[in-house]
Design a protein around this ligand. Structure first.
Ligand code: ZN
Length: 435
């Protein structure tokens, strides 16, 4: 009974706060482009609709009771391997779930994103809600979930097994409540969020599949109740140095690709970078050569450059390329025999940007969080939302509730204590934005 009372109180607070947000034109602005709608225009339909909407109340009231079943889904999704560029099996499962939820036009697009639509009274605004299918773990990783009380353990159980579960939980809650939204909600389980996936799911979604037809975007990624509105961009390169190679003694005096690499990495290591905007660099992998007594024919390294500021990112990108060229010139000038060539290959490109703290989508997310008595804080990160943010589409990434530790490690775990609040928050947020 106490739980029921808590749930009742919860939806009531959400309904009131959502109504307040709408009254201030925050949510309604999404239907009219970037400028907030005037208060007078927004108030009548917004207030009346939300406060009298038993569907929203029904949707939220059932969430806590439905959470154990949702955790079973989270386990089931997590136990289907989804390594980078190998998301097909998990995608097929999500497609089945979307169909069972009677979403419309359920399909898998050209790059492997699973898409299902929940029509509202009108096709627009179209709110896209997404969670990523892929994990960082290679093929063959043991993904069996173990449970210890409220704690679930397995690689990917939180990132983004939780996001996928909440994605489904939101659709189910809206269905259970018989919710009818003014705009359309498009649910997406997408590929390519992690590592060298390079946001290819989102790039295809916004560049082709739903090009020009998305008015707002919410990614559900990981756990907790954070709201990410700042997109940390990155450029990732694989740099390969090549030369003639040779015997370490007999061919001494020949240019050396390992030495050229060393010069380049040493120059990067000494880069001075600003704290604000934060700019980072990391040489993450190094390789090449055949033997300790052979001058290598080829060496390579991979580097990750990041900033939430596009200009700062472009600046360190230029400095990095200059450092590589100078390293090659110096190695070639050092020795008479042979010549170093270098190839700088872009292997990752995530755009940077920011959804303003004053934007309707951010204000609404904060209002909904506060309504649930949850922490309402903004942060920065590199997520699927980078793509729409860089395109100027209102976009954020939110946590799916619960707590996690060891993300991106084999020891990843998810604590489901009160995780239903995450499902409730995202459901309320989607309800508030789909208009
Ligand atoms: Zn993730």
């Amino acid at each position: 009974m106490q739980d029921r009372a808590r749930a009742d109180k919860l939806w009531h607070r959400v309904a009131v706060l959502c109504a307040v947000a709408i009254a201030f034109g925050a949510v309604a602005a999404l239907t009219r482009g970037r400028e907030p709608r005037p208060l007078k225009e927004a108030a009548p339909d917004g207030f009346a609709l939300l406060l009298r909407d038993p569907a929203l109340q029904a949707a939220l009231a059932g969430i806590e009771a439905a959470e154990p079943a949702l955790l079973d889904d989270q386990v089931a999704f997590t136990e289907i391997p989804a390594p980078p560029f190998g998301e097909e099996a998990r995608a097929a499962r999500l497609k089945q779930v979307f169909e069972a939820l009677r979403l419309r036009n359920v399909r898998i697009d050209a790059v492997g994103n699973v898409i299902g639509e929940r029509p509202g009274l009108a096709p627009r605004p179209n709110l896209v809600v997404a969670a990523h299918l892929d994990t960082v773990f290679p093929e063959g990783t043991r993904v069996k979930v173990t449970r210890e009380g409220p704690v679930l353990r397995a690689p990917g159980i939180a990132d983004d097994g939780r996001g996928l579960a909440v994605l489904v939980g939101v659709a189910r809650a809206l269905e259970r409540g018989g919710v009818c939204t003014p705009g359309t909600i498009t649910f997406v389980a997408n590929v390519g969020e992690e590592g060298l996936g390079d946001l290819r799911g989102m790039k295809h979604l916004f560049g082709h599949e739903l090009h020009g037809r998305v008015d707002a975007f919410v990614s559900i990624d990981g756990t907790g109740h954070g709201i990410t509105n700042v997109a940390v961009g990155s450029r990732r390169y694989r740099v390969t140095f090549t030369g003639p190679g040779g015997h370490s003694f007999g061919a001494f005096g020949t240019v050396n690709p390992a030495h050229a690499l060393g010069r380049a990495v040493a120059a990067v290591a000494d880069f001075a970078v600003p704290h604000a905007p934060k700019v980072t660099f990391n040489v993450g992998r190094v390789g090449g050569g055949t033997s300790v007594n052979a001058i290598p024919e080829a060496t390579w390294f991979e580097i990750d450059l990041r900033s939430a500021d596009e200009a700062a990112l472009a600046s360190i990108d230029a400095r990095f390329k200059d450092a590589v060229e100078r390293a090659v010139r110096r190695e070639n000038a050092r020795w008479a025999a042979g010549r170093i060539d270098v190839a700088v290959e872009l292997v990752g490109n995530r755009p940077a940007g920011r959804t303003s703290e004053d934007s309707p989508i951010v204000k609404t997310a904060l209002a909904v969080s506060r309504a649930l008595g949850l922490p309402a804080s903004l942060g920065e990160g590199s997520t699927d939302a980078n793509v729409p943010i860089a395109l100027g589409i209102p976009a954020i990434t939110v946590g799916g509730g619960g707590h996690s530790s060891g993300a991106h490690t084999l020891a990843e775990s998810f604590d489901s204590t009160d995780s239903w609040k995450g499902t409730a928050r995202v459901t309320a947020l989607v309800f508030a934005l789909a208009r």
